[in-house]
Ligand binder design. Structure first.
Ligand code: HEC
Length: 131
């Protein structure tokens, strides 16, 4: 492998990986880096998310690896440890918010790791994009 032959090659490869990860994580990290007294606006069940909110929620879904346990095609989730979201008729927003905050069984709790407003938005996103 040409990449492995020089120290510069290794650096470049790490650099490319970092850029790739950066592009994926920037919206979520940007949001998390907000001062703690600035929380995201709550999203009502009826509201349609803006493209920016969709992108933010999709980034969160990747950042917190929801897709490693849950299938949600739109967000690239292919996991089967937890219930699939695509084709899942039992999901409503309050239910998702509660489980993400508190966990359940093998599902870890994300309360305190994800901003409350963002959990709200993530729940709306899942409902909006699930097939
Ligand atoms: C380590 C694997 C894992 C990760 C990561 C994970 N979950 Fe789960 N999730 C589960 C399991 C297992 C269940 C089933 C829990 C039970 O009822 O015992 C579950 C249940 C759920 C449910 C309820 C589904 C239903 O049909 O009742 C929702 C909603 C949910 N998870 C959302 C999320 C979101 C959003 C994330 C990312 C922030 C996430 N999960 C990350 C494993 C995971």
């Amino acid at each position: 492998m040409a990449f492995e032959t020089t120290a510069l090659g290794k650096w470049t490869r790490a650099g490319i990986a970092a850029i790739g990860f950066g592009a994926l994580a920037v919206p979520a990290i940007g949001a998390l880096a907000m001062p703690s007294d600035e929380t995201a606006e709550p999203v009502t069940t009826e509201a349609t998310l803006t493209e920016e909110q969709m992108a933010e929620s999709k980034a969160l879904f990747s950042q917190f690896a929801c897709g490693s346990c849950h299938a949600l095609a739109e967000a690239g989730g292919t996991g089967h440890i937890g219930p699939e979201f695509d084709g899942n008729e039992g999901l409503d927003k309050g239910y998702i918010v509660n489980i993400v905050n508190n966990g359940q069984g093998a599902m870890p709790s994300f309360g305190g790791m994800i901003d409350e407003g963002q959990i709200d938005q993530l729940a709306a996103y899942i409902i909006q994009v699930k097939k």
